[in-house]
Design a protein around this ligand. Structure first.
Ligand code: KG4
Ligand code: ZN
Length: 352
């Protein structure tokens, strides 16, 4: 089965062709970073307009690179939730138009399902098979909009349970807000990651949020406030001091994410853990998750960078799984800002 996937939930316009085994035939991503960098964050109206400009060429390129025509694909998958509704509408309308014109099934995909299953994508030589996680596994999904731990018993929403999530900011949001405070441009995550590599985390003391071992919930807004207060007091550091502060901040975030993933894996008794979402591109997090897995005897599956940040290949694959189960949508498919995954963690101050 070949699926064309389209992604436009935030600030990346993507289209990809993927088969039901997760092999990536093409994966085209057009980033809008330059459009939003000026404003220090994503401007929804500008995102919608840029998706509208780019979606046609991006879909054509994805089909051309895969050397297929719309007539050759078995379904058209599109991110329909969650995300910026105006941005989602662009991809959803294009997918509907293509499905209607070609008579192919239309499959709406939850963006978070895409991130959760992105570990199954196979890039590069189709003959090279790297190990895939076995079900059940625990997944840490950490992106600009979401941060949560899930137990995944099978690749569909009814078999996925949230074990804990953030009570306030997402991890990527924290990276980006701190990047802004440190005048590192947008998005701050990759820049902090780079600077942290030459910094010494022990040079700066920061308190750890939601440090209780038993809690699988996260909190990052207090950490951001600690940094804001420090910067208001001492100004934005430069040179080595800047690298040390980035290292200390990243160390706290990574410690929280990897530490709770480890607690969840052992509590659930799973043999496999997975990371996904843009923050899973963080080198400190990738290394820490692998260290903890080796120390505690389970396997860590860390996808390549292109599978972590937003892309349409993960949407096409999640769409292939839905289509394989006989699930598809009508032309009344709506874009919405809510995920299909169950939410159990409340936002706001916790009592743990
Ligand atoms: O998954 P994603 O591409 O989009 C959303 O669905 O949100 O994640 C984007 C987020 C941004 O907040 C970005 O700063 C963060 O992922 N990010 C990183 C790194 N690369 C991207 N954060 C930390 N370290 C990185 N290397
Ligand atoms: Zn995402």
């Amino acid at each position: 089965m070949l699926v064309l996937g389209i992604e436009s939930s935030c600030d990346e316009t993507g289209a990809a062709v993927v088969d039901e085994r997760g092999r990536v035939w093409s994966d085209v991503v057009e980033s809008q970073i330059d459009v939003h960098a000026l404003y220090g964050g994503v401007v929804p109206e500008l995102a919608s307009r840029d998706h509208l400009r780019n979606v046609g060429p991006v879909v054509s390129q994805a089909l051309a690179k895969a050397n297929v025509k719309v007539a050759d694909v078995d379904a058209i998958a599109v991110t329909s939730r969650p995300g910026l509704v105006g941005a989602l509408l662009v991809g959803v309308q294009v997918a509907k138009g293509m499905a209607w014109a070609s008579g192919k099934p239309l499959v709406g995909v939850d963006h978070l399902m895409g991130h959760l299953l992105s570990v199954f994508l196979r890039r590069g030589e189709p003959t090279v098979e790297s190990p895939v996680p076995e079900f059940p596994f625990v997944c840490l999904l950490a992106s600009g909009g979401h941060t949560a731990l899930y137990r995944v018993d099978a690749p569909h929403a009814e078999a996925i349970h949230e074990l804990g999530a953030t009570r306030d900011d997402a991890a990527g949001e924290a990276f980006d807000k701190v990047g802004k405070l440190l005048r590192l441009g947008y998005p701050g995550g990759p820049v902090i990651d780079r600077l942290a590599a030459s910094g010494d985390a022990t040079k700066v003391t920061l308190s750890r949020p939601m440090a209780q071992k038993s809690s699988l919930e996260f909190s990052f807004s207090g950490l951001k406030t600690q940094l804001a207060q420090r910067i208001a007091r001492e100004g934005v550091p430069e040179g080595q001091a800047l690298a040390d502060l980035c290292a200390a901040f990243q160390d706290v975030v990574v410690g929280s994410l990897a530490g709770k993933l480890d607690v969840a894996a052992r509590r659930e008794g799973v043999r496999h853990v997975v990371i996904g979402g843009g923050v899973a591109a963080n080198r400190g997090l990738r290394a820490r998750v692998q260290e903890l897995a080796a120390a505690h005897g389970y396997s860590a599956h860390v996808p390549p960078l292109a599978s972590c940040t937003d892309n349409a290949a993960m949407i096409a694959y999640a769409g292939a799984i839905r289509a394989g189960r006989g699930e598809h949508d009508g032309l009344d498919l709506c874009a919405t800002s809510a995920t299909v995954l169950p939410r159990t963690t409340r936002k706001g101050r916790g009592n743990r």
